[in-house]
Design a protein around this ligand. Structure first.
Ligand SMILES: Cc1ncc(COP(=O)(O)O)c(C=O)c1O
Length: 406
């Protein structure tokens, strides 16, 4: 037997996948045959989409589509090179300027994906004698970024400010200390304790980078994100965001002071050694950005749905942790039951995402339920009723969860 194949077949995740497939519960890589909207078609079947990151529901907005089409007509389909060399067009520069102004930063850089932003920024900001302090639930792209860095990495417990302070105390005072956190945690939906992080950063002379992948378009004035929600944008040194969620496209950005951006343009390897984002993706993000800024009623509706769903989940006794955003984790705490619930809901016309080991610890498995500004209350009620019945059936509803969080 081929040694490589043998080794790969032994990997725990492949083993789990084989078992789940054998039980007819495999939920991944289902092809969507329609637009990404609140209702999608999968295998010819209409299902309600409660697993999307398109929080503002803009992926099929006529103005966003039109902008992408016009960009293809004018610039073609691909950039055929890196931003550094032949891959910059005026659309990239205009979008960078707009983002920087919006966030009150000197400058911004547009990358081809959000993953590449974190990878290319976190890996090159700090040196051998410096420190990266990271929340244990930070996104994988942040973790990949600091894996590539030569700095000392200090993990702190999720949103635990005593733990962060203990780690800061370990650092040599006159070395760079970069604290990197998700603004909204992507699976759990809770918000970083930014006021405390800012206080500790001041006390220990540290710098802060916030990933706004799930905050942009959701929190803050006109969707500026978590940093703005707390009125702390000026105190955050680097603000990262993606176009793949609220902005209905693909790509990402980092916004910061001029010296930081000047450094990154010349040192960030995923920016330099990868082709730049396509004209269509850049133009779509730009159009979606304008809608986010000019149509605040979308964000308002998203929050009405969110508040309603959070209250109903808590009242039914679902365990939803500390979320306070449109990302709602339904903790099942069992791999197999999580796959079962996903399949059961799909059969009843509801698409949700299972999050299982090894992505999370096996007793932290959950169903990730997420909302879009384009959902109607009728769609939401339909889903909530079905979910309540399903969670009841597998025995995970407990009225005490609601009390525990008050
Ligand atoms: C918190 C967070 N950061 C970064 C990313 C990567 O963004 P993208 O999908 O645009 O590459 C994601 C995507 O899932 C995310 O959730």
């Amino acid at each position: 037997m081929n040694l490589l194949v043998e080794k790969l077949l032994e990997s725990p995740i492949c083993e789990t996948a084989r078992q789940v497939k054998a039980n007819g519960l495999y939920p991944y890589f289902k092809a969507i045959e329609s637009e990404q909207d609140t209702e999608v078609i999968i295998s010819g079947k209409k299902v309600l989409m409660f697993g999307s990151n398109a929080y503002l529901g803009l992926t099929n907005h006529p103005k966003v589509k039109e902008a992408a089409i016009e960009a293809v007509k004018k610039y073609g389909t691909g950039m055929a090179g890196s931003r550094y060399l032949n891959g910059t067009i005026d659309l990239h520069l205009a979008l960078e300027k707009k983002i920087a102004q919006f966030l009150g930063k000197d400058d911004a850089m547009v990358y081809s994906t959000g993953f590449q932003v974190n990878l290319g920024v976190v890996s090159c900001m700090t040196g051998r004698e410096d420190y990266i302090l990271w929340d244990e639930l930070d996104h994988a792209s942040i973790i990949e970024g600091h894996r590539l860095s030569y700095s000392t990495k200090l993990k702190f417990r999720h949103n635990d400010m005593d733990s962060l302070e203990r780690q800061l105390q370990k650092c040599v005072p006159d070395k760079v200390k970069l604290i990197v956190v998700d603004g909204v945690f992507s699976m759990e939906g809770d918000i970083a304790n930014l006021p405390e992080i800012v206080r500790l950063a001041r006390k220990y002379n540290a710098n802060i980078m916030v990933d706004e992948a799930h905050g942009l378009g959701v929190l803050g004035r006109q969707g500026r994100g978590v940093c703005d929600h707390f009125g702390l944008l000026p105190q955050v040194d680097l603000v990262m965001g993606t176009f793949s969620k609220s902005l209905a496209s693909i790509g990402g950005f980092i916004a910061s002071s001029q010296p930081v951006i000047d450094y990154l343009r010349l040192n960030s390897r995923s920016y330099i050694f990868s082709a730049s984002s396509t004209p269509a993706a850049t133009a779509a993000a730009n159009a979606a950005f304008d809608i986010m800024v000019n149509e605040p009623e979308r964000i308002e509706h998203l929050w009405k749905l969110t508040d309603y769903a959070l209250a109903r989940f808590r009242n039914m006794g679902a365990e939803i942790g500390h979320t306070s955003t449109p990302i709602i984790p339904l903790f099942i705490r069992d791999n197999e039951k999580t796959f079962y619930v996903t399949k059961e809901l799909f059969d009843q016309g509801i698409f949700v995402n299972p999050v299982v080991a090894p992505a999370v610890a096996s007793d932290d498995t959950l169903i990730r339920f997420s909302l879009m500004a384009t959902h109607s209350f009728r769609q939401l009620d339909y889903a909530l009723d079905k979910i309540e019945k399903c969670l009841y059936k597998i025995g995970v509803l407990n009225p005490q969860y609601a009390e525990m969080l008050v």
